[in-house]
Write a protein that binds this ligand. Structure first.
Ligand code: ADP
Ligand code: MG
Length: 335
């Protein structure tokens, strides 16, 4: 792949738009060397994660460049938060088609600058290429955590409660709004939901505080049930969710009032970027304190249990009367 060449030149582009984002991180060497150096704090592990977003797949080709940049960074920061890690730095791998102009890169860099302030991370390097394909933005994020303390998916115990931060279902309802599938919803609710889809809110102030309290954690990117299933499989346990406890925003409640498959949307919709985690009942006081300190609500939605003989380590969803739901072709329905 040849390097992007239609701009002032690849190196000028890096110097003009990306080097300023690296100026406060000594190991980035001003983006003037071949590689960067990260020295984690003494007694810490480095936690790393990469995720790419592609135009036409993860965002719309005409989405504002600053939002594209922030989304690319934030989906990675969400993974670090779910593991209890404090973000430090990130690298940026850009593939740009010839249709991209310098203004787009400038706006893209402004978006990164905004989120560097918000999340206290620094750009430390990357790669820039031209592509015959769509805009592709790959970020690799680096965080740190006390040695051995990363919150895994597989640590849940039978009897643990299941918790989720914030509210669930907003992003998937927001995507419906953006697709024009919810024309009757009021404007304020529509804007809130669309915003939750466009710009994830990684729970960076919450994740590190869950270390020592949560036994297992994952960020909700594929959907509440799908992501809880990952905890079940790796923890070799089953999960029971009480549907009426799943926390909904006021806007989601408005939206769900007019949707026939509302529960399905909330349980299986993705892109919420909340933290889904398990913790023993004894962690209740600690979690209340952590929620207060982080300024983020935490809601108990169910519990982990030993799978009954012949039953898989899977997720069960119950309604207020204790009846089971199953995911049918039309979404979640009663058995
Ligand atoms: P190489 O020729 O060794 O592949 P490059 O010429 O691609 O290195 O990059 C020069 C410097 O600019 C390196 O420090 C690299 O990390 C940095 N860099 C290149 N592209 C980006 C980018 N999109 N974002 C941040 N840093 C970048
Ligand atoms: Mg080199």
């Amino acid at each position: 792949v040849t390097k992007a060449s239609r701009f002032p030149g690849e190196f000028e582009l890096i110097a003009r738009y990306f080097a300023p984002l690296a100026s406060e991180f000594p190991g980035a060497y001003g983006l003037l060397d071949d590689a960067a150096v990260i020295t984690p704090s003494a007694g810490c592990d480095l936690v790393v994660k990469t995720d790419a977003i592609i135009a036409g797949v993860h965002f719309l080709p005409d989405d504002p460049a600053d939002l594209v940049a922030r989304k690319a960074l934030r989906v990675n920061l969400s993974d670090l938060a779910a593991k209890g890690a404090q973000p430090i730095a990130y690298m940026l791998d850009l593939a740009l088609p010839a249709t991209i102009e310098e203004d787009w890169v400038a706006e893209f860099a402004r978006g990164l600058a905004t989120d560097q302030e918000e999340y206290r991370v620094h750009l430390i390097g990357g790669d820039t290429n031209s592509t015959p394909g769509p805009v592709t933005v790959a970020v690799m994020a680096f965080g740190e955590i006390a040695t051995g303390r990363i919150i895994r998916r597989g640590g849940a115990q039978a009897g643990d409660r299941i918790f989720v931060s914030g509210t669930i279902g907003d992003a998937t309802l927001g995507l419906r709004v953006l697709r024009g599938q919810m024309p009757h919803i009021d404007v304020a609710a529509a804007q809130f939901l669309a915003g939750r889809y466009r710009l994830p809110l990684p729970r960076a102030t919450l994740g590190p505080r869950l270390v020592g309290l949560a036994t297992a954690a994952i960020d909700v990117s594929d959907g509440l049930v799908a992501d809880l299933r990952h905890i079940c499989e790796t923890s070799h346990l089953a999960a029971i969710i009480e549907a009426q406890r799943v926390p909904l925003s006021p806007a989601a409640r408005v939206a769900l009032a007019s949707e026939t498959d509302g529960l399905a949307a909330v349980l299986s919709g993705g892109d919420d970027y909340e933290i889904l985690f398990t913790a023993p009942p004894s962690a209740a006081d600690g979690l209340a304190e952590v929620s207060r300190l982080a300024g983020i609500p935490i809601t108990a939605i169910g519990h982990m249990t030993t799978p009954s003989p012949g039953m898989p380590a899977d997720v069960q969803v119950r309604d207020a009367s204790g009846n089971l739901f199953a995911l049918g072709r039309e979404g979640w329905t009663h058995f």
